[in-house]
Structure formats: C-alpha cells, structure tokens
Design a protein around this ligand. Structure first.
Ligand code: GLC
Length: 457
C-alpha cells in the first residue's frame, strides 16, 4: 500500500467516535489546533465519504449505527420559541462526551450552536441517501422497514413536500444551509441543494415501505415533484452558448404565461467572464436561480452530484465534464476540486459574504480547492466513461495531500497554497481520497448504491 493510502487509513481509524461501545461516526478533523471546537464532532455531511468507503470496504455496521443514532437525536432538538413545528429533523453534527464516572452524554447541534446559526438542510437529504446506499449495498431491508426508520423517512418527506412560499418545484433555503455553511450569497435555490433534493426524493421513493398503503399517496406526490423538478432544473438552470444567445436577446417585463424568460432575467446581468470562460461546446448548471436572479458562478459539487444522481441528462453531463476538461487549471488546478468559480472580489465580496475574512477571494468557500470533493469528481467522470480525467485528478491528490498532512482546503486561483486557516488532519480529505481510489478500481461500485437514476434525455 502506498504511503499516502496508509496515512489516510490511519487518519480514518483514529477518527472513529464510539457510543455505548459501538462505532457511530467519524470526527471532522483531528487537528488539535482547529479554530472551532466543533471540528471534533461528527458532521453528518463529513461522514458521507467515510460511510461510503466503509460500505464499499464491507464494513457496514458503523453506517447502520450512525443512521440509527442520528435518527434518535431528532427528539433532542430544543423547541424554538414561537415555532409550533420544529424546522429541522437531522442535526449538523453530534458528539459524545464522557464524565469522570464513564457516563456518556450525547450532544447534538441542529444549527443552534453552529457558527452563524445555520440550518443544516442538507443533513436530512444525506441521511436518506446514506440509508439508501446502506440498504442497496447490504440488502438489510429489515432495518429499513422498522417503524422508527419508516417514521423518520415520512417526517423528512413531509418537510420536503410542505407548501411554503414557493412557486417553483425547487426547494427554497436560507444562506449557508449546506456544505457552504457561511454567508456566500447562496440563499434561495442553490444548485447543490436542488441536486441533493432530487437524490433524496428518489431515495425516499425507494425507501418507503411499499406494503404500507398510506405510502401510495406519498409516493405519488414524490413522483410528481420529481418530474417537475427534473424538467425545471434541466431547462432553466442550464447554460451553454445557445442559451447565452437567448438570454442576450431576452425580452423582459412580460406578464402572464407566454414568456420563456419566466424569471425576468435581464440580459445585462450576464457577467462578462462567462463569455470568455465557457468553452465553445460545453455547458453547465448555474449556481442559483430566482426572480430576476441567475447566479452564473460554477459550483462544482452541485454539477457533479447532478451527474451522479442523473439530474442532468447524459448529454448535459458530458458537457459539464467538458467544462472541467477545458478549464482544468481553473477547476482542478493543483488540487482537485475548486469549490466554485470565480471568486467574489471587491464590493461583491463585502456585500455577499458580509466581509468574511475566512472567505476572502480564492480561499475557503470563496473559490478554494477542496479535496473532500475528489470522490464526487471521480464518480461523475467514471459515470460518463471519462477515466483519464478521473485518473489525472486522483494523481494530483495522491502526490500532495498526505505530504501536506490532509489539509481541509487549498488557496489561490490554482489551489497551490495550503489554505490559510485550513485544518490539517481533516478526515473527509482523507476518506474522499480513499473512496476515489476504490471507485477508480471498481467503477461499478457507485452504481450499487442505488443513487444513479437511469439517465434519459
Ligand atoms: C466547514 C465546511 C462544512 C463542514 C465543516 C466541518 O464548516 O464548510 O461543509 O461540514 O467545516 O468539516
């Protein structure tokens, strides 16, 4: 085994959290100098690459324990004054503490302790996706049909399908409610949430017990929402040169049902960088969409998840990968994968991040390079048969990541610098690397998770 892999295995083994004698998750980072104390907790989203690696490695128990425990924590959420129903069902993170008598206590963060108090909307989506992966991989349907598990699935589905202030099939969320968990102008309908929403609705469709006749109504509702969501995202989020030409000549201020420009996007809102940057025959899903608002930034994770889950059509998927290939230095650079492109600078940075010194241009969430996204790049590229792209990205990580002690993120336009405030020993940097290695060796293993909906045009 290479030194890099050995080091990643050690980091993973050292990161496991136990509760009542059973392994239940992995901490976010083992860096003792980490800036925030919650890096010593198990984050739901950070556990995803650990969980997928364990499933592929034939060690599903920790994943089942994690799924049960996080489900139980639902009841630990404190009621917010003035709220009749609690808004979230899955925590952002949890930790186990032990007193001097060896009594264990579980404490849970539903976003009520997190920096900036952000609601972790993605947690419940990842929970469904992990449950689907666990059941598909192990065949343990007994776990899936347990009453409390089915109740958990129904609760999440009910939250998804609740009517809010919505006129679109996409899901409306506050700023920072997913992997980018700070203010970055990602409120509204960010692509990553929509891709996860699609994956999670599919997962729920698979997981709801078919023998329960009350589920027929829910399944029908899920099917309808899925259909509407898929059509909307594939059409309205998509940009390529044909679409840019349309937007450039869009008519605006049109009342009623006849307009193609339903969101009243003004032609002058197309930023000039897109016209130079987008390769001729390529295309991608934009970062966000709402009334009068098309956020043209390229968000890697949302685009990659859209390929993995089959939210993008096969042709769109190929063209998204063409953007990665054509703009390799910008999106992969010296360390896969750039979280978003381009960075916000100047007044846009102050206005949209609230002058956040961690998110300065080309750092952290504002255009940093995150090794935690490597597994998704490899899985998406392999899904479309682009093996050489996947292999090239993996090699870059293999040469640098363990040597630099598994940083959380890298800085600079090409990701050449270790992130200024990045943790070392960041667990998902290592597990993403291990998972990518495994998927490269066995490209079909991702299909066994049940996540990849048949892609039809
Ligand atoms: C940062 C990331 C978030 C992650 C957390 C723990 O806040 O933005 O996605 O879950 O660190 O690693």
């Amino acid at each position: 085994m290479s030194d890099a892999k050995q080091s990643a295995h050690k980091l993973l083994a050292d990161s496991v959290i136990y509760y009542q004698g059973e392994p239940v998750g992995t901490v976010a980072s083992l860096d003792r100098n980490a800036p925030a104390e919650n890096y010593a907790e198990c984050f739901v989203r950070d556990f995803v690459p650990s969980a997928l690696f364990y499933l592929q490695d034939g060690k599903p128990d920790i994943v089942r324990n994690f799924l049960s425990l996080t489900l139980q924590t639902r009841d630990m959420q404190e009621e917010l004054e003035g709220h009749r129903h609690l808004p979230r069902v899955m925590p952002a993170s949890f930790k186990v503490t032990e007193d001097e008598n060896g009594n264990e206590t579980l404490s849970v963060d539903f976003g009520d302790r997190a920096i900036g108090r952000v609601a972790p909307v993605d947690s419940m989506m990842w929970w469904l996706l992990l449950l689907q992966a666990y059941v598909s991989k192990t065949g343990d349907t007994e776990f899936m049909v347990q009453d409390q598990v089915q109740r958990g699935i129904r609760m999440i589905v009910n939250i998804f399908l609740q009517d809010r202030f919505e006129v679109f099939p996409t899901l409306l969320v506050p700023d920072g409610s997913f992997m980018i968990d700070r203010r970055m102008g990602v409120y509204g309908h960010p692509l990553e949430i929509q891709a996860l929403f699609f994956g999670a609705l599919n997962a729920a469709r698979f997981l709801l017990d078919k023998d329960n006749e009350h589920h027929r109504y829910l399944s029908d509702a899920l099917d309808k929402r899925l259909q509407a969501l898929v059509e909307y995202v594939r059409h309205y989020y998509w940009v390529d040169f044909a679409r840019l030409n349309e937007i450039h000549r869009y008519e605006t201020e049109i009342f009623g049902h006849e307009s193609e420009n339903i969101l009243n996007i003004y032609p002058d809102s197309v930023p000039t960088w897109v016209l130079e940057w987008l390769p001729e025959d390529a295309g991608y899903l934009v970062g966000n969409l709402g009334p009068g608002r098309m956020d043209f930034r390229f968000f890697s994770f949302g685009n990659l998840l859209a390929i993995i889950f089959g939210l993008a059509t096969p042709e769109q998927s190929d063209r998204i990968l063409d953007v990665f290939e054509g703009r390799w230095d910008d999106l992969i650079g010296r360390m896969p994968v750039k979280i978003l492109y381009p960075a916000l600078e100047g007044p846009e940075w102050s206005l949209l991040t609230g002058s956040d010194p961690k998110n300065v241009p080309w750092s952290y969430h504002n255009g940093g390079n995150w090794p935690a996204l490597l597994w998704a790049f490899v899985a998406a590229a392999l899904r479309r048969g682009r093996r050489s792209l996947a292999g090239k990205a993996f090699e870059l990580a293999e040469h640098r990541l363990s040597y630099n002690s598994w940083p959380e993120y890298f800085d600079g336009i090409n990701g050449r610098l270790i992130g200024r405030r990045a943790n070392f020993q960041q667990v998902w940097s290592a597990t993403s690397f291990l998972l990518a290695d495994m998927v490269l060796k066995n490209p079909d293993s991702m299909m066994e998770l049940g996540w990849s909906r048949q892609q039809e045009e």
